[in-house]
Design a protein around this ligand. Structure first.
Ligand code: OGA
Ligand code: MN
Length: 292
């Protein structure tokens, strides 16, 4: 084979762990043009570490959508104001206002992102995978934090594991908006995402690992006094988001982070200068299965 042809087929993909429990860093790969064997290695690393950071990507919106579709069918956002932009399946996480300038979106746009959550858990079939691609990143702050729910579950005392084994938590878009102090849910949104119960301990459909399944979209525990259920959810969340379970991602433009919502909680850090610094990311979400 001539050298140019070899270069087209020979992989330069390198994969290295990012922390003890979570994440693998992938370099030397172009997600818009995968070479033979690369997809299989990426998927294996994704299942092992629940999160991939792929560096130095140059992905047009349609290329991000095409790559994301390898994981499964993409989800369309509930929020109608996100739909019908140029690509319905790709939404832009951004603090740029209508005037083209950065502004403090914390109180306006999507404050829920600043609370620990797993994407779309208020749906019957919540998100399996989210892909977030960094276009513009503040010079400092604005990291995204990921907490590993398998490690957190494994570290629970056996008595607590037994106590919660068959509990179901009710997740609700309406309650989630309330929990994060967001604009209240509209009637249309409530109809589209009525409350739904999922196992508090879910088994990952691909790896078989058990993990806690909770976060800001939860309301209460099915069949339990509401306050008692909320206290239990808070206690478990405090346990599950301790530093030893957390990987904090410091973004570089060109990073695409691919995470497993069945294994991780995540939240954005609000420690950047939102009024002056742009933070823009392109987001695609893959629809998962009914949690078991
Ligand atoms: C998301 C999300 C966090 C961030 O896109 O689902 O929660 O750091 N984003 O922007
Ligand atoms: Mn999210």
């Amino acid at each position: 084979m001539n050298p140019a042809a070899l270069e087209r087929t020979q992989t330069t993909l390198r994969i290295a762990p990012l922390s003890a429990t979570t994440g693998a860093e992938c370099t030397g790969v172009d997600l818009a043009q995968l070479k033979e064997g690369e997809w299989e290695r990426l998927v294996e690393a994704y299942h092992q570490s629940s999160l991939l950071v792929v560096r130095d990507q140059k992905l047009a919106k349609d290329a991000q959508i095409a790559f994301s579709e390898r994981f499964g069918e993409l989800e369309l956002p509930i929020r109608k104001d996100y739909v019908g932009k140029d690509f319905a399946a790709l939404h832009v996480v951004s603090n740029i206002g209508a005037d083209g300038k950065p502004n403090n979106t914390k109180g306006l746009e999507n404050p829920g992102n600043f609370f620990w959550h797993t994407d779309a858990s208020y749906m019957k079939r919540p998100a399996s995978t989210t892909l977030l691609y960094a276009i513009e990143i503040p010079a400092s702050g604005g990291d995204t934090n990921f907490a590993n729910m398998h490690a957190a579950y494994d570290a629970l005392p056996a008595a607590m594991q037994q106590r919660i084994a068959s509990l179901r938590a009710v997740h609700s878009w309406e309650q989630s908006r309330h929990n994060s102090g967001s604009r209240p849910a509209s009637e249309e949104e409530k109809l589209q995402a009525p409350p739904v119960a999922h196992p508090l301990v879910r088994t990952h459909p691909e790896t078989g690992r058990k993990g806690l399944y909770l976060g800001n979209h939860t309301s209460h525990i099915e069949g339990m006094d509401v306050d008692e259920g909320r206290a239990l959810l808070q206690q478990l969340l405090a346990h599950a988001t301790q530093p030893q379970f957390v990987y904090r991602h410091k973004w570089q433009p060109g990073d695409i982070v691919i995470w497993d919502n069945r294994s991780l909680l995540h939240k954005a850090s609000d420690d950047f200068d939102m009024n002056n610094c742009a933070r823009v990311l392109h987001r695609t979400v893959v629809q998962g299965t009914v949690p078991q």
